[in-house]
Design a protein around this ligand. Structure first.
Ligand SMILES: Cc1cc2nc3c(=O)[nH]c(=O)nc-3n(C[C@H](O)[C@H](O)[C@H](O)COP(=O)(O)O)c2cc1C
Length: 275
């Protein structure tokens, strides 16, 4: 039940909601938008009909125009500001031994959950460790699991660098596995969704940029991802990630213990321009 309602007093019958509907299920009848009952099932819940309406006349799925923020005259970041954020973002590998405020963590996840997803499935699970003590316990569990694999000579071929990671931890307490991050965010998705892996990575990318705009550092963590998904799978259960979920990626985050003073230049991108 979509609960598609139109304020007939304000609707001007412009038809923009109908022309922008990706499922093409909105008809204009007697100059008013209507979704026939037999096609309601094809709605993907994208809410473009609400977003595009100039008069604020459309409501669907329990949300009307007042649920959102008007974009006209909104102070969106200027392109130069966004460029600085993109170019100034760095992978952070030095963190304060301190939790990020819980309210801020909730906000970061809520905003990241607005990232686009295939078919607007939004079937992602955001598994967050918001207490550094638990992250440190998980790190011990992961390193113990790795040690068992190494001692029993069961570390699969191609994963030899995990022996170095363990050695570094034992020799000097250097945490290459989690990079000292006090928090972890693991995004996973049901394998049934339209684009599980892509959705996870896009959500994490969105999280990363928004987190860094708040001064929260982030690190994409391939080592932790491999540890959980391939080497010590008991961690997936410990984290409460459902068996039928594909693990998208692991991101560490926390308050940085250092700051970057400038952006850097990269070599020019390889572009394949089609003529
Ligand atoms: C998919 C992915 C996996 C990564 N895995 C790790 C990792 O396991 N450990 C690590 O220290 N950095 C990891 N990184 C960070 C990259 O090394 C880093 O993005 C790159 O060196 C560029 O530096 P910058 O992010 O500061 O621009 C990863 C990055 C990506 C995108």
């Amino acid at each position: 039940m979509l609960d598609f309602t139109i304020d007939v007093e304000t609707c001007i019958g412009c038809g923009q909601c109908a022309s922008d509907c990706p499922a093409m299920i909105i008809n204009m009848e007697s100059n008013l938008p209507l979704i026939p009952e037999d096609v309601e099932q094809f709605c993907i819940g994208c809410m473009h009909c609400v977003a595009v309406c100039s008069e604020g006349s459309v409501s669907i799925l329990g949300y009307g125009p007042d649920a959102g923020v008007p974009l006209k005259d909104a102070p969106l970041p200027a392109p130069e500001q966004l460029e600085l954020l993109i170019k100034g973002r760095r992978s952070v590998r030095n963190y304060q031994d301190k939790n990020v405020d819980g309210e801020l963590i909730n906000k970061l996840i809520e905003v990241a959950s607005h990232a686009p997803s295939g078919h607007n499935d939004r079937e992602l699970l955001y598994t967050v460790v918001d207490d550094k003590g638990i992250v440190y316990d998980l790190r011990d569990e992961a390193l113990n699991g790795l040690e068992k694999l190494i001692e029993s000579e069961q570390l699969p071929e191609g994963f030899e660098m995990f022996a170095d990671i363990l050695d570094a931890w034992k020799a000097s307490g250097k945490d290459i596995l989690f990079r000292g991050a006090p928090h972890l965010l693991i995004v996973s998705a049901s394998q049934e969704s339209a684009a599980p892996l892509h959705d996870c990575v896009i959500a994490l990318s969105t999280f990363e940029m928004y987190a860094q705009s708040h001064g929260v550092g982030t690190i994409w963590n391939g080592f932790a991802t491999l540890t959980i998904s391939e080497l010590v799978p008991s961690l997936k259960t410990r984290l409460g990630i459902p068996d039928d979920h594909q693990l998208g990626y692991v991101m560490g985050f926390g308050l940085p213990a250092l700051s970057y003073k400038r952006t850097i230049e990269r070599s020019a991108p390889r572009v394949n321009r089609v003529k």
